[in-house]
Design a protein around this ligand. Structure first.
Ligand code: SAM
Length: 419
């Protein structure tokens, strides 16, 4: 049987689906598609209205909802986050006053993670690129830690048969050791009563049940497994849940949740986050770009970041142990008294509604996403959001006689046609 194609919609960018689809029963915004379309040539994909994500991975939703009260402000760490499937899902599920710390240790993968978070459009997120042992120093800080661990990947054999040639028992052994090391390093960062959600896309007991068993025997912890509907076809084992592709509609996956029973002395911090000091005229300029929603401006080398003011205490604790590579949404960089807006602002939930928009049809949108030229001589000078079906894809700057296509080079569609 061919692997099913599935997506998860972005609740902050609602659009009606243009695909034939049916719901994934365990994920409110998750859908199976009847056919695999060309996502590359769908402008709404680039606008971040949905994420292409395997259905089994979306089991994070019922597990997380059962472990914690999602209406509360929570501090959540996604420790192994790239390319961003779980992080974008977490942002959809958490309340607006919650903080997501999305960490990816490998630099090139951290870039992809940031691009996907930009597309999702939220600003209550900090990205770090740290070894788990560094983040483990924020003792008792997180309500939830998600460890979607690097693994031997056997659960994806159906989708990627080539992966079978790289699989061997020694790799499983190596992964199992690394998983335990990651968990040992990050465990101190979980608060008392907090939940660790552990998952892999491996079928091997050594990477799944045995690792959970090892957590329970090494730390003061208890399993925290909800009842899942038997109609979903998911297998309940003594240490978690398994997705078997022949029994349910999804790829191989294992997920479990563990509650921490004992307390850690929390890390206290006198560290203060440097908050950008803006003149009245700069404040005025910014208010023309961004909808005012309880934000603080943070100056970084890349430019000006918008970060939720209510989460500054959390940011100061994190900044005492590491240097985040992203704090909220990058708005842009100052150029004299104006802003050169960043791509992240165009894709965020909050660009100011008065910013002019240029609606493009599908063919024009694809040309835009290929960084091709667009011809609109009548467009008034200045910055415009390029939109498709009302969803922003990026910036266009009109110079009066021509348009500058400001879509980021590294994101452009390289292929010329669908075929
Ligand atoms: N959670 C991601 C998602 O849903 O899109 C997928 C994560 S993938 C299964 C595992 C990630 O762990 C990879 O991005 C990998 O770079 C990262 N990783 C590799 N070695 C690691 C280590 N020693 N500590 C933490 N993360 C590691």
């Amino acid at each position: 049987m061919a692997p099913p194609t599935s997506i998860r919609q972005n609740p902050f960018k609602p659009v009606s689906l243009s695909f034939e689809a049916s719901s994934i029963p365990w994920s409110k915004q998750g859908f199976y598609l009847d056919q695999r379309p060309s996502f590359t040539f769908d402008p709404l994909f680039h606008a971040g209205t949905y994420y292409v994500q395997e259905a089994s991975s979306q089991l994070l939703e019922p597990i997380l909802s059962a472990c914690t009260d999602l209406t509360q402000p929570l501090r959540v760490l996604d420790l192994c986050a790239a390319p961003g499937g779980k992080s974008t899902h977490l942002l959809s599920l958490l309340s607006e006053n919650s903080l997501l710390v999305s960490n990816e240790v490998i630099r090139s993968r951290a870039g992809i993670l940031q691009d996907n978070l930009d597309k999702w459009g939220c600003f209550n997120v900090v990205v770090t690129q740290e070894d788990p042992s560094v983040l483990g120093r924020v003792k008792g800080f997180f309500d939830v830690i998600v460890v979607d661990a690097p693994c031997s990947g056997s659960g994806l054999f159906r989708k990627d048969p080539e992966a079978m040639t790289h699989w061997n028992p020694a790799a499983v052994e190596h992964c199992s050791g690394r998983q335990k090391r990651i968990l040992k390093d990050i465990w101190p960062a979980l608060k008392e009563g907090g939940s660790l959600i552990y998952s892999t896309c491996s079928y091997s007991q050594q990477e799944d049940e045995e690792v959970v068993h090892w957590i329970l025997s090494s730390f003061d912890a208890a399993l925290q497994l909800p009842d899942l509907s038997s109609s979903w076809g998911i297998t309940h084992t003594e240490m978690g849940f398994r997705c078997w592709p022949h029994l349910m509609k999804g790829e191989g996956f294992f997920i479990s949740a563990i509650k921490k029973k004992s307390a850690e002395a929390p890390l206290s911090s006198r560290n203060r986050v440097e908050v950008g000091k803006l003149s009245a005229s700069q404040q005025q300029t910014l208010s023309e770009w961004w909808q005012p929603v309880g934000i603080t401006w943070l100056e970084g080398t890349e430019g000006l970041w918008a970060f939720p003011s209510s989460l500054l205490p959390e940011l100061s604790v994190l900044s005492a142990i590491c240097r985040p590579i992203r704090t909220g949404t990058l708005l842009g960089a100052w150029s004299r008294n104006d802003i050169i807006p960043d791509h992240a602002l165009a894709l965020s939930r909050y660009p100011h509604p008065s910013i002019p928009r240029l609606e493009l049809d599908r063919a024009e949108s694809i040309r835009y996403l290929q960084r091709g030229t667009l011809d609109r001589p009548e467009l008034r000078k200045g910055w415009h959001l390029a939109t498709h079906l009302g969803q922003s894809m990026g910036w266009i700057k009109s110079l009066g006689n021509r348009l500058n296509n400001c879509y980021p080079k590294h994101l452009r569609i390289l292929r010329q046609s669908v075929g």
